[in-house]
Design a protein around this ligand. Structure first.
Ligand code: TPP
Ligand code: MG
Length: 334
């Protein structure tokens, strides 16, 4: 994978430079955040199309509608030193944090140029300081371990872990809250509460207000409607500063909504409910604000985003498939 990691690092640096450019002014930031959200939306729409065309296999969980969460929170982090853990719905977190478009698309298509050489796929993304895994709740203790390491090594880095409302059904979440609070770990728990775990509405699964459960572990909670990437960034920035300073965990509970099916075609939600949420699509709202500011700039941005994605898809489709030989060394040959 040496070629791949070289290329990924270059893309990662490009992503960081772009992010730094965007943050130089609040106005620039709004454009940067929109570019990231749009890139995520268009990539995931393309993935669904590739699946329909039989070019893409396996599972794909999109974050369509939830983009302000990953984009706003990761913009508040230090891309070089902080660590991110994400779950089965991790494409957006990965793209927003790394900017590694080619690595993501190739990875999901199972190609050698993927971030993990194509072997990890949609749910097992890794690039330097970001890790994703589909085991619900299982990422939280891993994130706590990383946070312990950052604290122990005095790197100044903090760890962010994204998880959904469904993960609150896993006991390991509470064990992690306990240890994180007891040991004073620099960790930001980000709950993306979209009201459903696959096809189960939250009210059928959880008693009480789930985010309040962190209170009994002495973990401060901030609740926010994640309908605008700028407000998510603003809130997350304040929390990140506090965690860096006092080396204590916090929970950011984001209210959000998944506009697309859980995975690909599996959706049993009320069509009227869906329609109402599509009307409040945070990407559309953000776009309207920018269109009023500078329509030609917006048009150019959208064209660039679309072309870049198409180039990466074409490259991935023509790339060689993942090479499995080097992984077989871990297989017991006896
Ligand atoms: C330990 C475990 N149990 C079951 C699953 C199957 N599963 C995948 S996603 C999901 C629902 C997740 O809901 P939530 O945490 O709210 O995240 P969302 O999909 O809404 O983003 C389930 C049950 C899993 N991946 N891991
Ligand atoms: Mg959920």
């Amino acid at each position: 994978m040496s070629d791949c990691s070289e290329r990924c690092d270059t893309t990662l640096r490009d992503g960081i430079v772009q992010a730094e450019r965007g943050i130089s002014s609040p106005e620039g930031l709004k454009w940067t955040l929109y570019r990231k959200m749009l890139q995520i939306r268009r990539v995931e729409e393309s993935l669904l199309q590739l699946f329909t065309r039989g070019i893409l296999f396996g599972t794909v969980h999109t974050c369509i509608g939830q983009e302000p969460c990953g984009v706003g929170v990761t913009q508040a982090l230090e891309p070089a030193t902080d660590v991110v853990w994400s779950n089965h719905r991790g494409h957006g977190h990965y793209l927003a944090f790394t900017g590694d478009l080619q690595g993501l698309i190739s990875e999901i298509l199972g190609k050698a140029s993927g971030a993990c050489g194509g072997i990890g796929g949609s749910q097992h993304l890794h690039n330097r300081n970001i890790y994703t895994n589909g085991i619900l709740g299982g990422t939280l203790p891993c994130a706590a371990g990383c946070a312990f390491a950052e604290k122990f090594k005095k790197t100044g880095g903090i760890v962010t872990v994204f998880f959904g409302d469904g993960a609150f059904g896993e006991g390991v979440v509470y064990e992690t809250f306990n240890v994180a609070s007891l040991w004073g770990l620099p960790i930001l728990f980000v709950l993306e509460d979209n009201g459903y775990a696959q096809s189960t509405p939250k009210a059928l699964e959880h008693a009480g207000e789930i985010s309040r459960r962190a209170e009994s572990f002495n973990i401060p909670i901030t609740r926010l409607e994640a309908d605008h990437a700028v407000s998510v960034w603003q809130t997350a920035s304040g929390i990140v500063r506090e965690i860096r300073r006092n080396q204590r965990p916090q929970l950011l509970a984001l209210q959000t909504y998944r506009l697309a099916p859980h995975s690909k075609g599996d959706d049993n939600r009320d069509p009227q409910e869906l329609e109402a949420h599509w009307a409040a699509d945070p990407l559309k709202r953000h776009r309207q604000e920018l269109a009023a500011e500078d329509a030609p700039r917006l048009e150019q941005l959208e064209q660039e985003v679309g072309e870049e994605i198409q180039r990466c898809i074409d490259f991935a489709i023509n790339d060689k498939p993942m090479e499995t030989a080097h992984f077989l060394k871990y297989v017991d040959q006896g």
